[in-house]
Design a binder for this molecule. Structure first.
Ligand SMILES: Nc1ncnc2c1ncn2[C@@H]1O[C@H](COP(=O)(O)OP(=O)(O)O)[C@@H](O)[C@H]1O
Ligand SMILES: [Mg+2]
Length: 439
């Protein structure tokens, strides 16, 4: 079925081997099918070709019309989408609206269901529950058992493994999807030139793909995905194989491509920095569920679930007792070395009245806190006593490990701060930037 890598393009050349990460070591896993599917997304024409998808039970029929999305800007909608492996839900009732032209990042730890979600959207994985709609087309509907074949979805996908064909030139690699779609030669050339220029690979057009670095291969993979103007570009950990410097550069390249081409992108990553710098909006996933969706600022400043709070960046936390005054709350903190531990007020927020007299846990970002020397008298309002229990010198700053009321956390301090392990310090906290959670 798949020609050997050395054969001319009349056969179906095998892409280079997949990374270990793309080869899950689990029962039922068939490498041959995966290779074929990866290839498939890039190569097979929208309307022709023998379809091979296990899920393409509606293959060949015209796309199913549906009611227009509630929000006119919605481009892709997932409604109650699940996927089970045995009794385990790898993806568990996901609802997601992706807007036309935006970059949306699915962010979560390894195994949380990101790739499975992407594969269902691409049509490489069946949908066990729910519905996926793009524009006015139903891509998959578990209830009616409808599923549009992958090659009819006009969706491109870029993987962590670049899957560039080594025996072709850069231009031939990029032209391949157009060739499969029987785009005339002259138009093919124009479109390949344009997309190679966009990805900065024009100087490499006639070079053999074997000469390329990892970063260049990923650019070619991007060019090859974009050349046929997909309605949606899926990117599954596309930068994870690149070194730090290249990764940073490619983040802005992806944003630029999104702006210049207006193509809607769904980006999957386990890296918070990557999600925050690349995406307009982010969805944090855990255990197959979407925990929260929002802009990076919304997510970071107002995490709505304990998982998101703990997953995104570092937090300091301390437990105390809340008193409600009728309009606002005060939290008294545990004493440190026999002296008062201070208090935080005014704290406002929904449901605080119901926590009157209760133990609560306060969370705040270390970067929102000023480190001050311990005052000789009483702590000032919104000062918290803390003890330095560890110290790391990082050249441009110190990283202190501090103990606040029995909880430890890390905080950065400037080079000039002269605190040492064992010192007691005061943290000046802004009550507006503190979030209160039931202990
Ligand atoms: N074909 C499969 N068979 C059985 N389990 C699978 C299969 N694909 C994925 N899983 C499981 O589903 C869960 C989600 O996997 P995946 O979507 O690849 O996660 P992520 O991309 O977030 O790392 C994991 O527990 C994984 O082991
Ligand atoms: Mg994955």
């Amino acid at each position: 079925m798949i020609a050997s890598a050395g054969r001319p393009t009349s056969g179906r050349p095998a892409p280079p081997p997949l990374d270990d990460q793309d080869r899950p070591n689990r029962p039922g896993f068939r490498p041959g099918r995966w290779v074929a599917e990866e290839e498939f997304m890039v190569m097979v024409p929208e309307t022709g070709g023998p379809a091979k998808s296990a899920v393409a039970d509606q293959r060949g029929k015209s796309p199913e019309p549906t009611s227009p999305a509630a929000d006119a800007r919605t481009h892709l909608r997932l409604e109650g989408v699940s996927r089970y492996f045995g009794h385990e839900a790898a993806v568990n009732h996901i609802n997601l609206d992706i807007k036309r032209g935006e970059i949306f990042a699915l962010l979560g730890a390894s195994g949380c269901g990101k790739s499975t979600t992407l594969r269902m959207i691409a049509g490489l994985e069946p949908v066990d529950e729910g519905q996926i709609v793009m524009g006015d087309r139903v891509l998959a509907d578990a209830r009616t058992r409808k599923s549009l074949a992958p090659e009819r979805r006009n969706i491109a996908i870029v993987f962590q493994s670049y899957a560039i064909w080594p025996h072709m030139t850069v231009a031939q690699n990029v032209a391949f999807p157009l060739k499969m779609r029987r785009v005339p030669r002259a138009e093919r050339r124009t479109r390949v030139d344009k997309v190679l220029q966009l990805t900065g690979m024009d100087k490499w057009a006639d070079k053999s793909a074997t000469l390329l670095s990892g970063g260049q291969q990923q650019r070619v993979a991007l060019a090859r995905a974009l050349v046929y103007e997909p309605d949606l570009l899926l990117l599954d950990e596309p930068l994870s194989n690149l070194d730090t410097q290249l990764r940073t550069q490619m983040r802005s390249e992806i944003r630029r491509l999104n702006q210049e081409l207006g193509v809607t992108m769904l980006f999957v990553t386990h890296d918070q920095d990557e999600a925050f710098t690349v995406a307009d909006r982010v969805g944090v996933m855990a255990g197959g569920k979407l925990e929260q969706i929002g802009t990076p600022v919304e997510m970071y400043d107002h995490p709505k679930t304990p998982y998101v709070r703990d997953f995104l960046g570092k937090m300091l936390s301390v437990e105390g007792t809340l008193t409600w005054s009728g309009a606002e709350a005060t939290v008294r903190l545990p004493s440190l070395d026999g002296a008062s531990g201070g208090g935080i007020t005014p704290l406002t927020g929904p449901d605080l009245a119901s926590l009157d007299g209760e133990r609560v846990r306060l969370f705040f970002r270390p970067e929102d806190v000023d480190i001050e020397p311990m005052p000789s008298g009483a702590l000032r309002p919104n000062q918290i006593a803390a003890k330095v229990v560890g110290e790391e010198y990082l050249g441009d700053h110190y990283e202190y490990k501090i103990d606040i009321g029995g909880s430890t956390g890390g905080i950065a301090a400037p080079r000039r701060s002269g605190h040492r392990v064992g010192d007691t310090i005061a943290l000046q906290v802004d009550p507006a930037r503190v979030s209160v959670w039931a202990a």
